[in-house]
Design a protein. Sequence first.
Length: 278
Amino acid sequence: MEKILVLGGTGKTGRRVVRRLKAAGMQARTASRTGGDVPFDLGRPETWGPALDGAAAVYIVEPDLRPGLDRRARVPALVAEAVAAGARRLVLLSARGVGEAGDDHPLKSAEQAVRDSGVGWTILRPDWFAQNFSEAFWRQGILAGALALPTGDGRTPFVDAEDIAEVAAAALTHERHSGRIYCLTGPRAIAFGEAAGLIGRATGRTIRHVDVDPEVFVGRQVANGVPSDVARLLTGLLLDIRDGRGAAPSDGVEHALGRPPRRFEDYVAETAAVGHWH
């Protein structure tokens, strides 16, 4: 049986990918800095070889999008080593909008390396994860009852990480996804005020979205320990939502899986039921 290596295998998408692969009887191996089956750090090339050993397919994640990082020394170098080690299929978790962005996008070189690898490849370009409200940086605001973000009335089609993982698992195991780029979104664009309201009703609490000045938001992030360049990068991405860029849903989930993407309302109901917002 072919071995599948899942980088970031304990992360938001990685652990979901692994769960699906193992449920299908596949031999999946997790790699991460801590907690995985094998240690792996994209910033430490000496960890790559042992993790890649015997892997026929690799799920690739770039966890660090800081401006100024040497991209050529990371994913492109990893791709070359993976192919040299015998990998025949690569699936890259990228981001929505990379195809329309300039050459300075932090994931541009990663996408190009995968496409030029000479083996089967699939690129996933997801929108903002719905799980950011329950497993990442927006959860604290939800618990506090006020989600303070510089997004105004902007809308975005949040995608469920379960959908991303299902597409990734399919791409890692089925040749028909080779050479495909899937833009993954939810079925409709939702404003943060509506998202907060849906979560509030599901939890029986009052939760509101508070629009904040971009510079104030940057300052708060830095005060909480986020590096200034990362805070400004995140703020710029949120301002894209405020300005209406990328608000249209795409049909990537349906093309890949033959079904519509999961609704944000379903994510909220299931997440509330298991107590993530208590």
